[in-house]
Design a protein around this ligand. Structure first.
Ligand SMILES: Cc1ncc(COP(=O)(O)O)c(C=O)c1O
Length: 405
């Protein structure tokens, strides 16, 4: 048996993985147009509206409002829906901090609902039990680019008259039952931060099919102005969350690459899945026919230490990285983050009307298990050649054979 790289053997892979971001003459040309025009900000600019229209069309939404980043997009959406002090918003605990911190930032209270072990997305069957008379909205997250069960989420939301804000920060181009994510509920938010499949370094957007919600988001993102109002006329509490023309220029270029990149990630993920399913102790999650397009921002799988002689997930990560396969452990349950464990956690200190939740007592067992055994591969690896997926499969199989005892 070949020695593992961790034990001094030759790594399975020494060749580099695709570099990120991917860009070329198109982005150079678009950026230069903005530079030379002297029109660098969105007010009166052409690129931001052009990208808003193109992105809304690509995601099958009526409206897009571009903003500074995905965190701001969530806060703006919540504010535009009038969610604030005393209100509760249901969120999954297996996500980036912004999904829940945005709720705190508008002085509302995040309520965590556990995830499904297979999709790693919010479990719609558990939402009803978390609804109180203060609940105003649900934020399903399409984690890793895999759409959440929107049938289940929308059904419970409509029974209880709740808004649905999709956190689609990781899910550009993803589809649920043949429909693009982002405007399946009340509205949806996206991130264009550096690691994302659609990237301008930083950036964000809100999508909606609702004219009034679009206008409110526009207002909040532009210091409370209205589209038809005067410059010094501020109707609601907002902020300056405007995207720049430079960001929109890069995004126009990147959007042109997204379909081909998504196809490539999908084909590679399928090859990877077929190979990994044959390795004991590795669970890649089942296929859901309702997920008609997975964006594969992440490729997560679960590691069963029992099939690896009890070696820990963190040892496995070290071994896999040593074989030349970049990978990571991913999230901790969000309610365990210090910001929530501190008794103040924003709630109470900012808003006396809210229900006080003791986050130290929150326990979402599926999320806990996933955080303990998940392994993430990243979207850039899925942009490699098809045969490169075999290096990943070989490395994992080699570790399993070496450790199975
Ligand atoms: C699920 C999720 N929500 C929200 C965000 C926040 O986006 P941004 O980093 O653009 O503020 C991110 C990205 O980091 C994310 O992954």
């Amino acid at each position: 048996m070949e020695r593992l790289a961790l034990d001094g053997g030759a790594p399975v892979r020494t060749a580099p993985w695709p570099s990120w971001p991917v860009f070329g003459d198109e982005e150079r040309k678009l950026l230069n147009e903005v530079l030379e025009s002297g029109q660098w900000w969105a007010v009166g600019g052409k690129k931001v509206p052009e990208f808003e229209e193109a992105f809304a069309r690509a995601q099958e939404a009526k409206h897009a409002v571009c903003v500074t980043n995905g965190t701001a997009a969530l806060e703006i959406a919540l504010r535009a829906l009038g969610i604030g002090c005393g209100d509760e918003v249901i969120v999954p605990p297996y996500t980036f901090i912004a999904t829940a911190s945005s709720v705190l930032a508008v002085s509302a209270t995040p309520v965590f609902v556990d995830i499904e072990p297979d999709s790693l997305n919010i479990d719609p069957n558990l939402i009803e039990a978390a609804i109180t008379d203060r609940t105003r909205a649900i934020i399903p997250v399409h984690i890793g680019g895999r759409p959440a069960d929107m049938d289940g989420v929308l059904a419970v939301a409509s029974r209880h008259g709740l808004a649905v804000i999709e956190d689609a920060a990781q899910a550009h181009a993803a589809e649920w039952r043949g429909r693009k994510v982002g405007a399946l509920g009340t509205c949806g938010t996206f991130s264009f931060q550096a690691s994302k499949n659609l990237n301008a370094g930083e950036g964000g957007a809100i999508l909606t099919n609702d004219d009034a919600v679009a206008d409110k988001c526009w207002s909040v993102h532009n210091v409370g102005r209205t589209r038809s109002g005067k410059w010094y006329e501020h109707h609601v509490l907002g902020g300056n969350y405007r995207m720049t023309e430079f960001q929109a220029a890069i995004l126009l270029g990147q959007l042109g690459r997204l379909s081909e990149q998504t196809e490539r990630r999908t084909a590679n993920a399928q090859r990877l899945t077929a190979g990994l399913r044959a390795i004991p102790g590795i669970s890649v999650g089942g296929d859901d026919p309702r997920v008609t397009r997975h964006a594969y921002h992440l490729y997560p799988f679960r590691y069963d230490a029992a099939a690896f002689s009890g070696r820990s997930r963190d040892e496995f990560l070290r071994a896999l990285n040593a074989e030349g396969i970049p990978c990571g452990a991913g999230y901790v349950p969000l309610y365990k983050e210090v910001v929530f464990q501190r008794k103040s956690a924003g709630q109470g200190s900012w808003c006396s009307a809210g229900r006080r939740i003791d986050y130290a007592a929150v326990d979402c067992p599926v999320c806990e298990a996933v955080c303990a055994d998940a392994v993430w591969l990243f979207q850039t690896v899925l942009l490699a050649e098809s045969r490169d997926m075999d290096d990943i499969i070989t490395a994992i199989a080699r570790i399993q054979q070496a450790w199975q005892g």
